[in-house]
Design a protein around this ligand. Sequence first.
Ligand SMILES: NC(=O)c1ccc[n+]([C@@H]2O[C@H](COP(=O)([O-])OP(=O)(O)OC[C@H]3O[C@@H](n4cnc5c(N)ncnc54)[C@H](OP(=O)(O)O)[C@@H]3O)[C@@H](O)[C@H]2O)c1
Length: 204
Amino acid sequence: MTEFRSVAVVGTGAIGSAVARRLLTGGHDVVVWNRTPARTAGLVESGAVPARTVTEAVATTELVLLTVTDQEAARQCLDQLDGGLAGRTVVTMCTGTPEEARRSSAEVARLGGHYLDAGIQAGPDAIGTEAATILYSGDRTAYERHSETLRLLAHPGSSGPRPTRQPSGTLRVSPRWSGETTTGRLPPGAGPSIRVRRIRDSNS
Ligand SMILES: NC(=O)c1ccc[n+]([C@@H]2O[C@H](COP(=O)([O-])OP(=O)(O)OC[C@H]3O[C@@H](n4cnc5c(N)ncnc54)[C@H](OP(=O)(O)O)[C@@H]3O)[C@@H](O)[C@H]2O)c1
């Protein structure tokens, strides 16, 4: 499988910085953009290349990770692009509803790119460790094209071909691409209320 060595990380907050650092140590060329440019300084010292605009960040990369606050922020980043996503895969690694993920998916398609939605089941410190899981949904071919890179970040899981990830607060654990998910419930007092339910993707 072809390996793609250059990745854009758009949004260098806690998760974006952890993702960028893991990609750098994994031998990737990493281009970083952040709304507040000063916050990329540490990553640039570690070898990342700063981009002045989102357009510049995606220009030389085939994989674009939107590690921003939520899907609304991700779309604000996409709004700064005027096409230019042909052949590229965009992954939203942020909180949002399934409807928001579908809107982002449609926007990425309009710009000519492929879309994945990622549900991060880990804090920044766990990124790149055995403790991290990230659930992907969306374009399976795009996922497979970049799976070697994405596997650097966490154990991958899938919630199926459609961007159907649940809002933050709901955990889904999917062992395979069929969309079959497992169920469970955390004990009382274990933190925020987390609903885990059985879902079969409508395309499976
Ligand atoms: N942290 C965790 O433990 C954790 C765990 C699992 C999942 N997540 C999810 O991962 C995502 C990122 O979390 P985080 O902890 O990295 O958040 P964070 O540290 O607050 O970083 C947020 C990032 O989004 C950028 N941003 C916000 N609004 C923007 C906009 N309108 N346009 C462009 N950039 C914008 C911020 O840029 P500025 O620097 O300019 O503000 C910053 O780079 C969230 O959806 C979160 O729910 C986080």
